[in-house]
Ligand binder design. Structure first.
Ligand code: MG
Length: 334
């Protein structure tokens, strides 16, 4: 389908047709094959970490390499809301609707309170500094799970070069109530994007080690969540091509919506390719949002894109969105 990936980059506010490539007919229940991809912003360097803010009707993301945070809404388009931005990468919502951040520069996970103040939650494991937290998700029990690959300490435009103190790159589980930080998995070379299955019995984690070493991995691993604390029995869920899977999300039916260099790949829980959304820039991540929760927002190099789908996301961030829909005047902060 090279005709699909040869699209020129459209102008801001412009849309591309013929971007959805259906591999399995059932994918038409997930996205209209005629859905168009609209470019919402421009001018970024490496857009990542999208999070939908239901209370504000806005989408926030990180322009990691330009070290700034961007906020988009229908009313204001894209605006720089924070610069410098601690080379923040992944963002997500906790159960209370507060935004959690992975900061490369500070090598920590941080949280923004409803009054706008931002403070670190955790930056060390067994007395040693984390590598550079990359992506983050909250479990329904309130625990915070994040990946810790080395990009922020080895790539000068993504953080501050420094020696790695940790013995590896782990998936961590952090309990904000007790302050307990534990290694959930040490089985992945460079863990990056992560998401639970809808029932939280499984976790999908991308391994982007192949981005720096062509002989290394460019796949998504699926692991079993054991006792709500550990990730065990890793197996390769999907080898991703072209490029690597960076960020990924799971929809309400358990399908995985993963980034790859050519856009978003939609993969069934059984590992079958269902469809692809071709994006004309190297794609890093996506998130479900919008007023109805069925818009997919896609970060890709210089830009934020959006496309309408027929499904909503799963997990805590999706639950916060549904709660905001149920009480739009009050919002998630009460
Ligand atoms: Mg990432």
């Amino acid at each position: 389908m090279s005709d699909l990936v040869s699209h020129p980059i459209p102008g801001v506010g412009e849309s591309l047709a013929a971007v959805v490539e259906i591999s399995e007919p059932r994918a038409a229940d997930l996205i209209d094959p005629a859905a168009e991809l609209t470019r919402l912003t421009e001018g970024g360097v490496w857009a990542e970490g999208p999070v939908w803010l239901p209370a504000e009707g806005a989408l926030m993301y990180s322009d990691v390499r330009a070290d700034r945070g961007i906020r988009w809404s229908e009313a204001k388009s894209g605006e720089v809301w924070r610069s410098p931005n601690d080379h923040t990468n992944g963002n997500t919502l906790d159960r209370e609707g507060r935004v959690l951040h992975c900061e490369h520069s500070n090598r920590r996970v941080a949280r923004t309170e409803p009054d706008g103040t931002r403070a670190g939650l955790v930056d060390r494991y067994e007395g040693k500094r984390l590598n550079s937290p990359n992506d983050i998700v909250v479990k329904t029990d309130g625990t915070i799970w994040f990946t810790d690959p080395p990009y922020g300490i080895i790539l000068p435009d993504e953080g501050t070069p420094a020696p790695q103190e940790q013995a590896g790159c782990f998936v961590f589980r952090f309990d904000p109530e007790t302050g307990d930080l534990s290694v959930a998995s040490d089985a992945i070379i460079h863990p990056n994007g992560l998401a639970f299955s809808p029932d939280e019995s499984l976790m999908y984690v991308s391994d982007t080690s192949g981005g720096l070493d062509p002989k290394a991995n460019h796949h998504i691993v699926v692991l079993e969540v054991v006792e709500g604390r550990r990730l065990e029995h890793p197996r390769v869920f999907k080898v991703m091509e072209p490029g690597v899977a960076d960020g990924l999300r799971v929809d309400e039916h358990g399908n995985v919506w993963s980034s790859a260099f050519d856009g978003i790949h939609i993969i069934s829980p059984g590992g079958t390719d269902l469809a692809r959304i071709h994006v004309p820039e190297v794609t890093s991540n996506c998130v479900f949002g919008g007023a109805d929760g069925r818009r997919l927002f896609i970060t890709a190099s210089s830009s934020l894109y959006t496309i309408h789908t027929k499904v909503i996301g799963s997990g805590v961030a999706a639950r916060v969105l549904r709660e905001a829909q149920a009480s739009p005047a009050r919002g998630p902060h009460g």
